[in-house]
Write a protein that binds this ligand. Structure first.
Ligand code: AMP
Ligand code: MG
Length: 344
Protein backbone atom coordinates (compact mmCIF):
# COMPACT_ATOMS: atom_id res chain seq x y z
CA UNK A 1 0.00 0.00 0.00
CA UNK A 2 1.28 3.49 -0.82
CA UNK A 3 1.90 5.82 2.09
CA UNK A 4 0.94 9.49 1.86
CA UNK A 5 3.00 11.22 -0.85
CA UNK A 6 4.70 13.72 1.43
CA UNK A 7 6.19 10.96 3.57
CA UNK A 8 7.56 8.53 1.06
CA UNK A 9 10.30 8.33 -1.55
CA UNK A 10 8.22 6.22 -3.84
CA UNK A 11 7.22 6.75 -7.43
CA UNK A 12 3.94 5.14 -8.41
CA UNK A 13 3.49 4.39 -12.10
CA UNK A 14 0.35 3.26 -13.86
CA UNK A 15 1.26 1.19 -16.93
CA UNK A 16 -1.24 0.61 -19.74
CA UNK A 17 -0.78 -2.17 -22.29
CA UNK A 18 -3.00 -2.51 -25.37
CA UNK A 19 -0.84 -3.53 -28.33
CA UNK A 20 -2.90 -6.54 -29.48
CA UNK A 21 -5.29 -9.02 -27.84
CA UNK A 22 -4.73 -7.91 -24.23
CA UNK A 23 -5.79 -4.77 -22.39
CA UNK A 24 -3.74 -4.72 -19.22
CA UNK A 25 -2.93 -2.24 -16.50
CA UNK A 26 -0.68 -2.34 -13.51
CA UNK A 27 0.63 -0.14 -10.75
CA UNK A 28 4.27 -0.43 -9.77
CA UNK A 29 5.81 1.43 -6.88
CA UNK A 30 9.49 2.28 -7.15
CA UNK A 31 11.48 2.92 -4.00
CA UNK A 32 14.02 5.54 -5.07
CA UNK A 33 16.28 4.83 -2.06
CA UNK A 34 16.39 1.04 -2.29
CA UNK A 35 16.15 1.31 -6.11
CA UNK A 36 13.58 -1.49 -6.15
CA UNK A 37 10.19 -1.86 -7.78
CA UNK A 38 7.17 -3.63 -6.38
CA UNK A 39 4.11 -4.64 -8.39
CA UNK A 40 1.19 -3.36 -6.31
CA UNK A 41 -1.46 -4.58 -8.72
CA UNK A 42 -1.74 -6.04 -12.19
CA UNK A 43 -4.90 -7.00 -14.06
CA UNK A 44 -5.79 -7.69 -17.67
CA UNK A 45 -8.44 -8.96 -20.01
CA UNK A 46 -7.71 -10.80 -23.25
CA UNK A 47 -9.87 -10.56 -26.35
CA UNK A 48 -10.89 -14.00 -27.56
CA UNK A 49 -11.75 -14.24 -31.23
CA UNK A 50 -14.41 -16.77 -32.28
CA UNK A 51 -13.01 -20.34 -32.67
CA UNK A 52 -11.02 -20.80 -35.85
CA UNK A 53 -10.53 -17.06 -36.50
CA UNK A 54 -7.72 -14.64 -35.74
CA UNK A 55 -7.61 -11.27 -33.97
CA UNK A 56 -9.71 -8.68 -35.78
CA UNK A 57 -8.01 -5.37 -34.81
CA UNK A 58 -11.31 -3.44 -34.66
CA UNK A 59 -13.03 -6.10 -32.55
CA UNK A 60 -10.01 -6.31 -30.22
CA UNK A 61 -10.01 -2.52 -29.82
CA UNK A 62 -13.74 -2.63 -28.97
CA UNK A 63 -12.99 -5.25 -26.34
CA UNK A 64 -10.33 -2.91 -24.86
CA UNK A 65 -12.75 0.04 -24.81
CA UNK A 66 -15.39 -2.09 -23.05
CA UNK A 67 -13.05 -3.52 -20.43
CA UNK A 68 -10.82 -0.50 -19.70
CA UNK A 69 -13.03 1.45 -17.23
CA UNK A 70 -13.53 -1.49 -14.85
CA UNK A 71 -9.95 -2.69 -15.14
CA UNK A 72 -8.61 0.79 -14.36
CA UNK A 73 -10.90 1.13 -11.37
CA UNK A 74 -9.92 -2.33 -10.08
CA UNK A 75 -6.18 -1.84 -10.56
CA UNK A 76 -6.31 1.27 -8.33
CA UNK A 77 -8.48 -0.50 -5.78
CA UNK A 78 -6.13 -3.49 -5.60
CA UNK A 79 -3.12 -1.20 -5.12
CA UNK A 80 -5.12 0.81 -2.59
CA UNK A 81 -4.29 4.16 -4.15
CA UNK A 82 -6.24 7.00 -5.70
CA UNK A 83 -5.70 8.31 -9.24
CA UNK A 84 -4.25 11.58 -7.96
CA UNK A 85 -1.55 9.62 -6.08
CA UNK A 86 -0.12 8.29 -9.36
CA UNK A 87 3.18 10.01 -10.23
CA UNK A 88 3.64 8.72 -13.77
CA UNK A 89 1.55 7.15 -16.54
CA UNK A 90 3.24 4.94 -19.12
CA UNK A 91 1.56 3.44 -22.15
CA UNK A 92 2.53 0.95 -24.81
CA UNK A 93 3.20 3.13 -27.86
CA UNK A 94 4.11 0.30 -30.26
CA UNK A 95 4.75 -1.92 -32.04
CA UNK A 96 1.24 -3.30 -32.36
CA UNK A 97 -2.17 -3.07 -34.02
CA UNK A 98 -3.17 0.55 -34.69
CA UNK A 99 -6.75 0.47 -33.36
CA UNK A 100 -5.65 -1.36 -30.19
CA UNK A 101 -2.66 0.90 -29.57
CA UNK A 102 -4.85 3.97 -29.91
CA UNK A 103 -7.19 2.82 -27.12
CA UNK A 104 -4.34 2.64 -24.59
CA UNK A 105 -2.86 5.93 -25.79
CA UNK A 106 -6.19 7.78 -25.60
CA UNK A 107 -6.80 6.55 -22.04
CA UNK A 108 -3.26 7.47 -20.99
CA UNK A 109 -3.58 10.95 -22.54
CA UNK A 110 -6.97 11.57 -20.94
CA UNK A 111 -5.79 10.60 -17.46
CA UNK A 112 -2.57 12.53 -17.90
CA UNK A 113 -4.32 15.78 -18.93
CA UNK A 114 -7.21 15.56 -16.48
CA UNK A 115 -5.09 14.74 -13.42
CA UNK A 116 -1.95 16.53 -14.63
CA UNK A 117 0.22 13.40 -14.35
CA UNK A 118 3.42 13.12 -16.44
CA UNK A 119 3.21 10.78 -19.42
CA UNK A 120 5.81 8.47 -20.95
CA UNK A 121 5.64 6.13 -24.00
CA UNK A 122 7.11 2.62 -23.82
CA UNK A 123 8.26 0.22 -26.51
CA UNK A 124 6.30 -2.99 -25.97
CA UNK A 125 9.17 -5.39 -26.80
CA UNK A 126 11.44 -3.54 -24.39
CA UNK A 127 8.69 -3.92 -21.77
CA UNK A 128 8.85 -7.72 -22.10
CA UNK A 129 12.63 -7.66 -21.58
CA UNK A 130 12.77 -5.12 -18.73
CA UNK A 131 10.10 -6.89 -16.69
CA UNK A 132 11.73 -10.28 -17.41
CA UNK A 133 15.06 -8.93 -16.12
CA UNK A 134 13.47 -7.33 -13.08
CA UNK A 135 11.64 -10.54 -12.09
CA UNK A 136 14.48 -12.98 -12.76
CA UNK A 137 17.28 -10.61 -11.63
CA UNK A 138 19.50 -11.66 -14.53
CA UNK A 139 22.09 -9.02 -15.47
CA UNK A 140 23.38 -9.32 -19.03
CA UNK A 141 21.40 -11.98 -20.88
CA UNK A 142 21.11 -13.10 -24.44
CA UNK A 143 17.36 -12.62 -24.90
CA UNK A 144 14.91 -14.76 -26.85
CA UNK A 145 11.74 -12.72 -27.34
CA UNK A 146 9.02 -15.06 -28.56
CA UNK A 147 5.47 -13.76 -28.71
CA UNK A 148 2.54 -13.04 -31.00
CA UNK A 149 4.35 -10.03 -32.47
CA UNK A 150 8.03 -10.98 -32.14
CA UNK A 151 10.62 -13.65 -32.73
CA UNK A 152 13.98 -12.07 -31.99
CA UNK A 153 17.33 -12.93 -30.47
CA UNK A 154 18.82 -9.86 -28.81
CA UNK A 155 22.00 -8.89 -27.01
CA UNK A 156 22.60 -5.56 -25.30
CA UNK A 157 25.51 -3.47 -26.50
CA UNK A 158 26.28 0.24 -26.38
CA UNK A 159 22.89 1.50 -25.12
CA UNK A 160 20.72 -0.59 -27.41
CA UNK A 161 19.30 -4.08 -27.71
CA UNK A 162 20.95 -5.36 -30.89
CA UNK A 163 19.10 -7.89 -33.00
CA UNK A 164 21.26 -10.98 -33.42
CA UNK A 165 18.64 -12.93 -35.33
CA UNK A 166 14.92 -12.74 -36.07
CA UNK A 167 12.14 -14.25 -38.12
CA UNK A 168 12.21 -13.55 -41.84
CA UNK A 169 8.42 -13.90 -42.13
CA UNK A 170 5.82 -14.85 -39.49
CA UNK A 171 6.53 -15.00 -35.75
CA UNK A 172 6.53 -18.20 -33.72
CA UNK A 173 3.32 -17.03 -31.99
CA UNK A 174 1.62 -16.49 -35.35
CA UNK A 175 2.74 -19.96 -36.49
CA UNK A 176 1.29 -21.66 -33.40
CA UNK A 177 -1.89 -19.56 -33.44
CA UNK A 178 -2.52 -20.09 -37.15
CA UNK A 179 -2.14 -23.86 -36.80
CA UNK A 180 -4.28 -23.83 -33.67
CA UNK A 181 -7.01 -21.95 -35.55
CA UNK A 182 -6.73 -24.40 -38.45
CA UNK A 183 -7.43 -27.19 -35.96
CA UNK A 184 -10.38 -25.14 -34.65
CA UNK A 185 -9.13 -23.52 -31.43
CA UNK A 186 -9.71 -19.91 -30.48
CA UNK A 187 -6.65 -17.65 -30.79
CA UNK A 188 -4.28 -17.18 -28.94
CA UNK A 189 -3.81 -20.96 -28.72
CA UNK A 190 -0.11 -21.84 -28.28
CA UNK A 191 -1.07 -23.47 -24.97
CA UNK A 192 -3.54 -25.77 -26.78
CA UNK A 193 -0.83 -26.82 -29.26
CA UNK A 194 1.37 -27.64 -26.25
CA UNK A 195 -1.44 -29.71 -24.68
CA UNK A 196 -1.91 -31.63 -27.93
CA UNK A 197 1.86 -32.19 -28.30
CA UNK A 198 1.98 -33.55 -24.74
CA UNK A 199 -0.68 -36.14 -25.66
CA UNK A 200 1.25 -37.28 -28.74
CA UNK A 201 2.79 -40.73 -29.19
CA UNK A 202 5.90 -38.78 -30.26
CA UNK A 203 5.76 -39.90 -33.86
CA UNK A 204 7.66 -37.25 -35.81
CA UNK A 205 6.46 -36.06 -39.22
CA UNK A 206 9.10 -34.31 -41.32
CA UNK A 207 8.59 -30.52 -41.61
CA UNK A 208 10.73 -27.82 -43.29
CA UNK A 209 13.58 -26.72 -41.02
CA UNK A 210 14.69 -23.29 -42.22
CA UNK A 211 17.54 -21.43 -40.54
CA UNK A 212 19.38 -18.81 -42.59
CA UNK A 213 22.44 -17.49 -40.81
CA UNK A 214 20.96 -16.55 -37.47
CA UNK A 215 17.48 -15.87 -38.83
CA UNK A 216 14.58 -18.30 -38.97
CA UNK A 217 11.64 -18.73 -41.34
CA UNK A 218 8.38 -20.32 -40.28
CA UNK A 219 6.10 -19.88 -43.29
CA UNK A 220 7.18 -23.21 -44.87
CA UNK A 221 6.34 -25.08 -41.66
CA UNK A 222 2.94 -23.37 -41.62
CA UNK A 223 2.03 -24.59 -45.11
CA UNK A 224 3.43 -28.09 -44.53
CA UNK A 225 1.65 -28.48 -41.16
CA UNK A 226 -1.65 -27.41 -42.70
CA UNK A 227 -1.13 -30.11 -45.38
CA UNK A 228 -0.64 -32.75 -42.64
CA UNK A 229 -3.93 -31.65 -41.05
CA UNK A 230 -5.71 -31.66 -44.45
CA UNK A 231 -4.44 -35.19 -45.11
CA UNK A 232 -5.82 -36.49 -41.82
CA UNK A 233 -2.50 -37.06 -40.00
CA UNK A 234 -2.84 -37.55 -36.25
CA UNK A 235 -3.33 -34.07 -34.73
CA UNK A 236 -1.40 -34.79 -31.54
CA UNK A 237 1.65 -36.03 -33.48
CA UNK A 238 1.29 -33.08 -35.88
CA UNK A 239 1.44 -30.61 -32.97
CA UNK A 240 4.40 -32.54 -31.53
CA UNK A 241 6.24 -32.36 -34.89
CA UNK A 242 5.44 -28.66 -35.23
CA UNK A 243 6.86 -27.86 -31.79
CA UNK A 244 9.93 -30.07 -32.23
CA UNK A 245 10.84 -28.46 -35.56
CA UNK A 246 10.15 -24.80 -34.73
CA UNK A 247 11.73 -24.98 -31.26
CA UNK A 248 14.81 -26.84 -32.56
CA UNK A 249 15.35 -23.98 -35.03
CA UNK A 250 15.16 -21.42 -32.21
CA UNK A 251 17.46 -23.52 -30.04
CA UNK A 252 20.04 -23.74 -32.84
CA UNK A 253 20.20 -19.98 -33.32
CA UNK A 254 20.32 -19.34 -29.58
CA UNK A 255 23.18 -21.79 -29.15
CA UNK A 256 25.12 -20.21 -31.99
CA UNK A 257 24.53 -16.73 -30.60
CA UNK A 258 25.68 -17.91 -27.16
CA UNK A 259 28.84 -19.37 -28.57
CA UNK A 260 29.51 -16.11 -30.47
CA UNK A 261 28.64 -13.60 -27.74
CA UNK A 262 29.90 -15.74 -24.82
CA UNK A 263 26.99 -14.50 -22.70
CA UNK A 264 26.52 -16.44 -19.48
CA UNK A 265 22.77 -15.89 -19.21
CA UNK A 266 19.82 -16.59 -21.50
CA UNK A 267 16.43 -15.02 -20.84
CA UNK A 268 13.22 -16.14 -22.59
CA UNK A 269 10.38 -13.61 -22.60
CA UNK A 270 7.05 -13.23 -24.43
CA UNK A 271 3.94 -15.41 -24.38
CA UNK A 272 5.62 -18.42 -26.03
CA UNK A 273 8.14 -18.57 -23.15
CA UNK A 274 5.31 -20.27 -21.19
CA UNK A 275 6.00 -23.39 -23.28
CA UNK A 276 7.78 -26.11 -21.27
CA UNK A 277 9.18 -27.94 -24.28
CA UNK A 278 10.84 -24.78 -25.56
CA UNK A 279 12.44 -24.02 -22.20
CA UNK A 280 13.64 -27.60 -21.75
CA UNK A 281 15.36 -27.52 -25.17
CA UNK A 282 16.94 -24.14 -24.42
CA UNK A 283 18.09 -25.33 -21.01
CA UNK A 284 20.14 -28.12 -22.56
CA UNK A 285 21.69 -25.80 -25.17
CA UNK A 286 22.46 -23.13 -22.54
CA UNK A 287 24.12 -25.68 -20.26
CA UNK A 288 26.28 -26.88 -23.16
CA UNK A 289 27.50 -23.27 -23.57
CA UNK A 290 28.00 -22.77 -19.79
CA UNK A 291 25.11 -20.32 -19.58
CA UNK A 292 22.16 -20.23 -17.20
CA UNK A 293 18.62 -20.13 -18.52
CA UNK A 294 16.11 -17.70 -16.99
CA UNK A 295 12.43 -17.84 -17.93
CA UNK A 296 10.04 -14.99 -17.29
CA UNK A 297 7.60 -16.18 -14.58
CA UNK A 298 4.56 -17.77 -16.24
CA UNK A 299 2.05 -15.16 -15.05
CA UNK A 300 4.05 -12.32 -16.60
CA UNK A 301 5.17 -14.08 -19.80
CA UNK A 302 2.34 -12.68 -21.96
CA UNK A 303 1.35 -9.06 -22.52
CA UNK A 304 0.57 -7.15 -19.32
CA UNK A 305 0.58 -3.66 -17.85
CA UNK A 306 3.45 -4.38 -15.41
CA UNK A 307 5.98 -4.53 -18.25
CA UNK A 308 4.88 -1.09 -19.36
CA UNK A 309 4.78 0.41 -15.86
CA UNK A 310 8.24 -0.92 -15.00
CA UNK A 311 9.87 0.23 -18.25
CA UNK A 312 8.24 3.65 -17.85
CA UNK A 313 9.80 3.91 -14.39
CA UNK A 314 13.27 2.82 -15.64
CA UNK A 315 13.17 5.45 -18.38
CA UNK A 316 11.75 8.26 -16.25
CA UNK A 317 13.91 7.69 -13.16
CA UNK A 318 17.17 7.62 -15.11
CA UNK A 319 16.53 10.66 -17.30
CA UNK A 320 13.51 12.52 -15.94
CA UNK A 321 11.97 11.95 -19.37
CA UNK A 322 8.26 12.68 -19.89
CA UNK A 323 6.38 13.77 -23.01
CA UNK A 324 3.67 16.32 -23.73
CA UNK A 325 0.20 14.98 -24.43
CA UNK A 326 0.32 16.44 -27.96
CA UNK A 327 3.49 14.39 -28.63
CA UNK A 328 2.01 11.10 -27.42
CA UNK A 329 1.87 9.21 -30.72
CA UNK A 330 1.60 5.50 -31.34
CA UNK A 331 4.01 3.78 -33.73
CA UNK A 332 2.73 0.52 -35.20
CA UNK A 333 6.16 -0.62 -36.43
CA UNK A 334 8.45 0.69 -33.70
CA UNK A 335 11.45 -1.64 -33.65
CA UNK A 336 13.23 -2.26 -30.37
CA UNK A 337 16.68 -1.63 -31.89
CA UNK A 338 15.62 1.99 -32.55
CA UNK A 339 15.20 2.65 -28.81
CA UNK A 340 18.07 4.16 -26.84
CA UNK A 341 18.19 2.45 -23.44
CA UNK A 342 20.10 5.04 -21.44
CA UNK A 343 19.55 3.32 -18.08
CA UNK A 344 21.75 0.29 -18.93
P1 AMP B 1 2.24 -12.18 -26.17
O1 AMP B 1 2.12 -11.57 -27.54
O2 AMP B 1 3.55 -11.93 -25.52
O3 AMP B 1 1.07 -11.93 -25.26
O4 AMP B 1 2.21 -13.76 -26.43
C1 AMP B 1 1.09 -14.38 -27.00
C2 AMP B 1 1.54 -15.62 -27.73
O5 AMP B 1 2.00 -16.61 -26.80
C3 AMP B 1 0.41 -16.23 -28.52
O6 AMP B 1 0.85 -16.49 -29.83
C4 AMP B 1 0.13 -17.52 -27.75
O7 AMP B 1 -0.39 -18.54 -28.56
C5 AMP B 1 1.49 -17.86 -27.22
N1 AMP B 1 1.48 -18.79 -26.08
C6 AMP B 1 0.84 -18.66 -24.90
N2 AMP B 1 1.03 -19.77 -24.13
C7 AMP B 1 1.80 -20.62 -24.86
C8 AMP B 1 2.34 -21.93 -24.65
N3 AMP B 1 2.11 -22.62 -23.52
N4 AMP B 1 3.08 -22.48 -25.64
C9 AMP B 1 3.32 -21.81 -26.79
N5 AMP B 1 2.84 -20.59 -27.05
C10 AMP B 1 2.09 -19.99 -26.10
MG1 MG C 1 3.91 -9.09 -26.44
Amino acid sequence: MKESKEKDNNICCLGIESTAHTFGCSIIQFDSIKKKGEILSEIRSTYKAPNGTGIHPREASRHHIDKAPNLLRDVLKKANIKTKEIDLISYSAGPGLGPCLRVGAVIARALSSFYNIPLIPVNHALGHIELGMMLTTCKDPLVLLVSGGHTMILAFSNKRWRVFGETLDITIGQLLDQIGRYIGFASPCGNRIEEYANQSSKQYFQLPYIVKGNDVSFSGILTATKKLIDNGYNKFDTCFSLQETAFAMLTEVIERALSFTEKKEVLIVGGVSANNRLSSMLKIASKRQNAKLYTCPFHYSGDNGAQIAWTGICDNVSSGKTIKVQDSFVKQSWRIDKVEVHWR
